[in-house]
Design a protein. Structure first.
Ligand SMILES: [Zn+2]
Length: 331
């Protein structure tokens, strides 16, 4: 079963779309704007399914009727997902053949014809001008959903004809509950994934189910535990591991950052309940005892500096070596 109730967070968007359905005031064009993997397509699909449902309960799709069953298996002929051949461009031909020439044909079996365009920012100018024609004079039954991670790439003329719905970051607590109940991961892991995903449901789910993330986390934590006793060659081999296992250095550094945030928090409050790395409490307490506030601040600064260096494409090994030495000295 899938319905509005299965959308995590995004209360305003849910309310707006459910309201449109129950009052019958459905707009011809919507933009859902939000980060990659934040769940835009899921929302668009629920909305489309609800619009086409033959026995809706309020705004919720029934999940049982012919239309819902088709929608759930991606076979509803009046829910059209626009596809594109070139990976980075939605061309004018894509828009003409799949929307402009198609929208003039009445719905096959439903009340509406819903078009879903993922990565709408990939429409080039000609494609956007082409879709504008349909947005200017849409047939009664047409609903066009533009999903985008970059609303700035859309022409003002297109924007002005659409209802814009902005995705919001999902609160950590909501995310955590979802991960624990739906993905069935333990409390501690859910906290780590939730704080990493920064409000992005798709990212949280990917982290929660990714072996790679576990590897990165374990590597980073084992480095942090032993950094004080490590010789330079051991640091270099730890850095080499990050490279060899093709870990994302940004994620590795994020973990180090969360660790030291925990250390700072524990040093200030002595409260273990608020920590993300609760299961490493003894280690966190040890670091909190031996490090000064000034030293911890230096570590945080070094992390910021290292991130900026990597973004500027400074040599990875060198950047990490400097960071690790700074951590060894201050952390
Ligand atoms: Zn239904």
């Amino acid at each position: 079963m899938a319905g509005f109730g299965d959308i995590i967070g995004q209360e305003q968007i849910k309310e707006h779309l459910q309201n449109a359905i129950t009052t019958g005031k459905v707009s011809h064009a919507y933009i859902i704007n939000g980060e990659k993997s934040s769940g835009k397509e899921f929302i668009a699909r629920i909305f489309a399914m609800a619009l086409q449902c033959e026995s809706r309960d309020g705004a919720e799709p029934c999940g049982e009727c012919h239309s819902c069953k088709q929608a759930l298996s991606d076979n509803q002929p009046d829910i059209i997902k626009v596809i594109h051949e070139k990976p980075n461009t939605i061309s004018v031909d894509d828009i003409r053949s799949q929307i402009n020439n198609d929208v003039v044909i009445k719905p096959y079996s439903s009340k509406y014809k819903v078009y879903i365009i993922n990565e709408a920012e990939k429409m080039n100018t000609q494609a956007q001008n082409a879709i504008l024609k349909t947005l200017e004079e849409p047939p009664e039954y047409a609903v066009i959903m533009l999903l985008t991670a970059n609303i700035n790439a859309l022409l003002p003329t297109v924007l002005s004809r659409c209802v814009v719905l902005n995705m919001k970051p999902v609160a950590d607590e909501v995310m955590k509950k979802y991960l624990m109940e739906e993905i069935r991961i333990p409390d501690y892991k859910a906290s780590v994934c939730a704080s990493f995903a920064r409000g992005n449901v798709g990212k949280a789910r990917a982290l929660a189910t990714s072996e790679e993330f576990d590897n990165i986390k374990n590597e980073a934590v084992s480095f942090l535990k032993y950094v004080q006793e490590m010789e330079l060659h051991e640091m270099i081999s730890a850095i080499k591991k990050i490279n060899d296992y093709k870990m994302d250095p940004a994620e590795y550094m994020d973990i180090i950052m969360i660790w030291y945030r925990d250390v700072l928090l524990f040093k200030a409050t002595s409260d273990a309940n608020q920590l993300i790395f609760r299961d490493e409490i003894q280690e966190i307490a040890k670091v909190a005892r031996r490090s000064s506030y000034e030293g911890l601040e230096n570590v945080m600064k070094a992390l910021d500096k290292a991130k900026a260096r990597l973004n500027a494409n400074v040599n990875f090994e060198l950047t990490m070596e400097l960071l690790m030495l700074e951590i060894k000295e201050n952390g």
